[in-house]
Design a protein around this ligand. Sequence first.
Ligand SMILES: [Cu+2]
Length: 503
Amino acid sequence: MKRTLVALTTVLALAACDGEPSQPPLLLPDGSVEPEPEPEPEQQMEPEPDSEPEPAPDPEPDPEPAEPFEMPEFPGMVVAVDLNPDPDIVEVELIAGGNTLEIGGMRVPVRVYDNVLPGPLIQAKVGDEVIVRFQNKLSEPTTIHWHGLRVSDEMDGNPRIVDPVQASETFEYRFVVPEAGSFWYHPHVRANEQIEQGLYGPLVVHDPADPPVDAERYFVIDDILLDNNGRPPAYLASHPEVMHGRHGNVLLANGQVPPMAIETAEGRVERWRLVNTANARTFTLALSGARFKVIGTDGGRIAEPYEAQVLRMAVGERFDLEVTFDEPGDAVVEALVPTLNDAGDVVTARIPMYEATIAGTGEAPRAIEWPAVEVPERAVDREEEMTFNAFNGPAGVRWVINGLDDPQEPIYTFDEGETVRFSIRNMQGQEHPFHLHGQWFRVLSHPDPYPVPGLKDSVLVPGNATVEIEAYFDNPGRWMAHCHILEHAELGMMSEIVVRPAE
Ligand SMILES: [Cu+2]
């Protein structure tokens, strides 16, 4: 495990070195040479004769050149290197390939992006264009889905719209990131195997208007199933896996066997982002040793931040926390995992995932003022019921949405701009984390005691329960709507919703 760590930090140092010198975006040093080379043609359209030497001071009232946004560092993480000098374009290379990593003292075969687990963190700021030059060095087709990003459907990694990237082929993903938030990326082909084997990575879209914090961190939480030799057992081969999805026997905190150690100090305020990238496991996380305030979820910051000691995170969900260190000591994120004790009783194991050592400084933390988040009121245009169910077919258990087993036709068609209230009824005891691509929704009612605020793209629908959501179909296209327990999706629980563009 040590070796993995060293490898990661080495790569990180390289990434940081590469990034620094080229980073300060070379916006024209004012009042020098003629503005010929880059600036938009408009400037050349107004050729006032004579006055060649001094370009008017006008074209630079833009506030941007004064304080270019600086991407934060994310200590301990591999960050994708932006190869494009344009401050409004993030261009990265990403390679999916096989490798062997040391996990928990075993040599484990993995498939990962850029040879690291999790894949490199991709970051941009709101409105940036993101270009990902992707190479598939796997032995099978794949795609990349940008979980939570409202991109066009052709860039969404949906293999029914754009053919998957074949083995040893390349593809250029290109999209604008319209909203700030914590996102992640992963394949949408044989996802139950490819994601389980390590193909996932974090993605952050920053809002330059957010107040600065003392550190940003991204916690990528996963579990994987390994046999005694560190190999993945056969997929979809056991009844529990078919029924509940693949639950791992090894927890991973940013690709390592936990706990992952963090160094911080009294008086600091940090922003921690969390994502659950497991195939199936819903994580319950206990937070202690600091002040934790939930400031964001799937769709970015929320209108009413709240303090929390426990988070419930279904697959695909994200949380953004403001973490304040009032005093020295240890701040810990623990996974509360139901397990069997020696007597065969179910008990809750507390597994430390992240342990922050808070050095004493005697300093008091400052209060952070987050800009207000607007919550527009929208009238409901339609009401629909969606059901989740299962049946036993000739080929075994199938999981279905609205009674349909892997339907090839869209299950709903809406018009761009429509607001639709769904009552999602789960007819069976197994839970389903529902994920809608390309759109946001809000949770109106939920049976669990935990708050589910803000704009969402993923929500847990517990067994034999109903969850009500209000969805905003503002992004035209063909969009996947499915269970994010990857085994359920593979066994039928995968559908599409069409949003017709407005005239
Ligand atoms: Cu499911």
